[in-house]
Design a protein around this ligand. Structure first.
Ligand code: GDP
Length: 616
């Protein structure tokens, strides 16, 4: 084209830079932020990504792996931290650190979970405490159940007068441990309720174990002391045997005799909670942006997604943008446990918030973020991750989705349809099967259910190349016929570990066989002959090992492999030979290859296929 000068092209070197520094990045970092951290131009990152086949925009989030790879390319090792950790760091940095910190660190109210055996009075105790605190004339006195409530000690005589305590409203250790399994530590103190007329029971012991596991201090409320058959000392003795020794017996555990029903000693219990809280030195920084944990979340018909969040540090303010789990939002409105609207919530405050873009889960961490785009970016990134995780674990996958994955993923998949006799065994097996997956073979449960194997099951299996597992169930007659016709594999089992074994073996068969190569020998080409109808014959001398008539060979020219194939013919003088050993001369032709030259080297080897061990 006349007069056309191509624009200068920026050349991005394909050579990685030497590692010279260390940067800290957050999960789901945007291209822009990464470039900033690396102190390079955004467009260099984008063009490098392009080189990797990733089309990214400035604000696109990258997963930690890709971001780290990019950073390494530009000469930096990475330390990846979660978004919450980063948010905390930012806030601490803004607040300064240590003693000369400009921002005040103040004590915060303790957060308490009530645990104990069923019927020992947990709910009654929660209700009584709540009622005593509202009875003192707070507006309306109607309490909402939002997952937690805050009380204030109103007894003017009490040394703890005016102090506040937060009670989590779901008693028992299941909820407590479920939260913990999601990485949330919401509870500072456990109040263990033990009925004085019943003593230590199995769930009492469990509760102790759970509190210990979480390293949360325990206060014992010996309840129902109003009952004539109450034996509080027996409770103390039983608990002392389990390591909870009362202070009056020289131990460290605080015991309070109460009656939840008669509201006896509730103030004393609350004072003791404050005392234990003081020992734990619970502190927070009210002036920073809020972080917390979701206690409850529900979809409200009129109001959309609603979550109760326990603000653990900082102050949550109406209008704040936030990320919670993989959901983001902006605090449109906030309510306290009495249903009253709030503008701001200091540390250790349970609040109900509106303005979520989705439904988070109990135990999700809550973080206030400066701007909405960032909040959205992080939540989108997390949602995508969650989707991927769910897909990998999901028990129902559409056939299109499946085909797509087989096409794109490098993994092999074993599709399974599982039928069992009872729901319990189906669940156990589903779980077991999903855990058998490894990075080479993914087990995918297309369908699981209770009942006999039906024609529909077989059709699905045949359509999606799945095997059917029947646990203590049989195929229906028609299904059996169809399976034979469609060559669908049905495996019937009644013992879990046998089934597990068989799947493991099937996985081994599925894996790409590893090819093991065994070196046999070498021959040097002395001269070559062209023989009509046969092709090129190389006159060789075997210089090492042995050449066999069924060997696989590499033809090396100046140590470069120029061809790889098989021996076509092997002759000693005029006769076919099975093998020729070191020092002997022979004629070799290579199947389908004629361009052999003098001084080439023929290297012979054998391969065998070994099924890879399934790494289960
Ligand atoms: P939870 O299963 O631990 O939540 O126990 P509840 O709070 O439901 O109480 C179980 C039963 O014990 C109920 O009938 C309560 O009325 C009764 N109860 C709870 N606390 C006391 C108490 O201090 N004294 C007496 N006499 N009964 C109580």
């Amino acid at each position: 084209m006349k007069g056309y000068t191509p624009p200068p092209r920026m050349v991005v070197s394909n050579e990685p830079m030497p590692i010279t520094r260390n940067i800290t990045i957050t999960e789901g970092i945007s291209v822009k932020d990464l470039a900033e951290k690396l102190d390079i131009r955004v467009k260099d990152v984008i063009s490098r990504l392009l080189g990797r086949g990733v089309f990214a925009t400035v604000n696109q989030t990258l997963d930690a792996e890709l971001a780290s790879e990019m950073a390494r390319f530009f000469g930096a090792e990475t330390n990846v931290i979660s978004f919450e950790e980063q948010a905390s760091k930012d806030i601490d940095a803004a607040a300064g650190s240590g003693e000369d910190s400009a921002i005040e660190v103040t004590p915060r109210p303790p957060v308490v979970t009530i645990m104990g055996h069923v019927d020992h009075g947990k709910t009654t105790l929660l209700d009584s405490i709540r009622l005593t605190s509202v009875a003192e004339g707070e507006a309306g006195g109607i309490t909402q159940h939002i997952g937690a409530y805050k009380v204030r000690i109103t007894d003017k005589e009490s040394p703890a007068f005016g102090r506040e305590i937060v009670f989590l409203d779901t008693p028992g250790h299941e909820a407590f441990t479920r939260m913990r399994s999601r990485g949330a530590k919401a509870t500072d103190i456990v109040v263990l309720v033990v009925a004085a007329d019943d003593g230590v029971m199995p769930q009492t012991v469990e509760a102790i174990d759970h509190a210990h596991a979480a390293e949360v201090p325990i206060i014992v409320a010996v309840n129902k002391v109003d009952k004539p058959d109450a034996m509080p000392d027996r409770v103390k003795k039983q608990l002392a045997d389990r390591g909870l020794v009362p202070e009056e017996w020289g131990g460290k555990t605080v015991f309070v005799d109460v009656s939840a029903k008669k509201k006896t000693n509730l103030n004393l219990l609350m004072e003791m909670i404050c005392l234990v809280a003081d020992l734990a030195e619970l502190k927070a920084t009210p002036e920073r942006a809020a972080t917390g944990v979701v206690l409850e979340a529900k979809l409200d018909r009129g109001r959309g997604p609603v979550a109760t969040v326990l603000v653990q540090n900082g102050t949550l303010v109406a209008g704040d943008n936030f990320v919670v789990g993989n959901v983001f939002g902006k605090v449109r409105a906030m309510f306290d446990d009495r249903g009253g609207a709030m503008q701001s919530a200091p540390p250790s405050t349970p609040v109900e918030i509106l303005g979520l873009e989705g439904l988070p889960q109990a135990g999700d961490q809550f973080v206030v973020v400066a701007d909405r785009d960032k909040a959205r970016g992080i939540s989108e990134y997390r949602e995508q991750k969650a989707r991927e995780a769910a897909l990998a674990k999901s028990s129902r996958v559409s056939l299109e989705g499946l085909a797509e994955q087989i096409k794109t993923a490098g993994t092999k998949e074993l599709n399974i349809i599982l039928k069992g006799d009872v729901q319990g065994s189906v669940e156990v097996l589903s779980d077991l099967l999903s855990r058998l997956s490894n990075e080479k073979v993914r087990l995918r449960l297309l369908r699981s259910g209770v009942g006999a194997i039906t024609e529909t099951d077989v059709l699905l299996a045949s359509a999606s190349n799945a095997i059917i597992i029947g646990f203590n169930v049989r195929p229906e007659r028609k299904a059996q016929e169809l399976a034979e016709q469609e060559e669908v594999d049905i495996r019937l089992h009644s013992i879990i570990y046998e089934l597990q074994d068989e799947i493991k073996r099937a996985m081994t068969g599925l894996l790409e066989p590893t090819i093991k190569e065994t070196y046999q020998g070498r021959a040097e080409v002395l001269e070559t002959f062209r023989i009509p109808k046969v092709g090129t014959i190389a006159g060789c001398r075997v210089t090492d090992g042995v050449i066999k008539n069924n060997s696989e060979v590499r033809l090396l020219r100046d140590n470069v492999v120029v061809f790889k194939g098989k021996v076509g013919s092997l002759r000693r003088f005029k006769d076919d030979a099975k093998e020729v050993t070191n020092g002997m001369e022979c004629g070799i032709s290579i199947a389908n290859y004629g361009d052999i030259k003098a001084r080439d080297v023929i290297e012979a080897f054998a391969t065998e296929r070994i099924a890879a061990e399934a790494m289960v």
